[in-house]
Design a protein. Sequence first.
Length: 296
Amino acid sequence: MLIEEKILEKKKGSKADFIIRIFVVSFASVVMAFNIKTFVHTGGLLPGGASGLTLLLQEIFSKYLGINLPYTLINLLINAFPIYIGFKFIGKKFTLLSCWCIVLTSVLADIIPAYTITRDTLLISIFGGLINGSAISLCLLMDATSGGTDFVGIYLSEKRGVDSFSVTLMINASILAIAGLLFSWDKALYSIIFQFASTVVVRLLYRKYQQATLFIVTNKPKEVCDAIREVSNHGATVLEGEGSYEHCERNVVYSVVSSSESSRVVKAVKDVDKAAFVNVLKTERVIGRFYQRPTD
């Protein structure tokens, strides 16, 4: 009976978590659509990825063919293949939430009227990029994406162990190069500032695919290793050492964890050994087996 109650509680918690994720992703979609119709629209910028390509195609069809295509139609067509990658290789809930984000953002971008907050292109590039990065980060923190290159990037990072930054950079560079050739190099250059500001915010707020190295000097190596495994599901290596001041034996626990989990791991370590000395280092690259929590 107790086991059944625990399973039921877990299911309830899972449903509640999913509802929260839907709410946050919906809020992020509203912010992205508002950003497109204010900062991006006023500055004539291209935010990169699927959104940037959608806006670029809208401008090409409008300027050269005299056809005004809806944002929703183009954005959904562009995201069709990335959505397929998500369903097949990443996770169903992840992809469903991402689809909801793509559809809601697209529809709102067609419905919300254009509004000018400022005409200073530099301010538009910086603050538009900051808002865009914040909205994308909210989606990523809820295990969803805003679509396009995010699907490809997560697939390459999670399934192939490839640094997706270079792939995303090439796609965005191609979009900006086409925009510069067809329209204005000023627009392309300001779009680079927009994308840089957006990327900085995402890298600051979303750290799932970044790693941190922990060196922990402790007299309770087993308890510390157990705490690391319990919080992050990562193992650890115990090194034997000697304290140079007191010339007594010390154990050093070495482990690499996700940067997003490092704070919780440090707290768990301090809970089992208040005297532990913890050094957290940014990890440049990990080669070998490294556990990543699966995307649902």
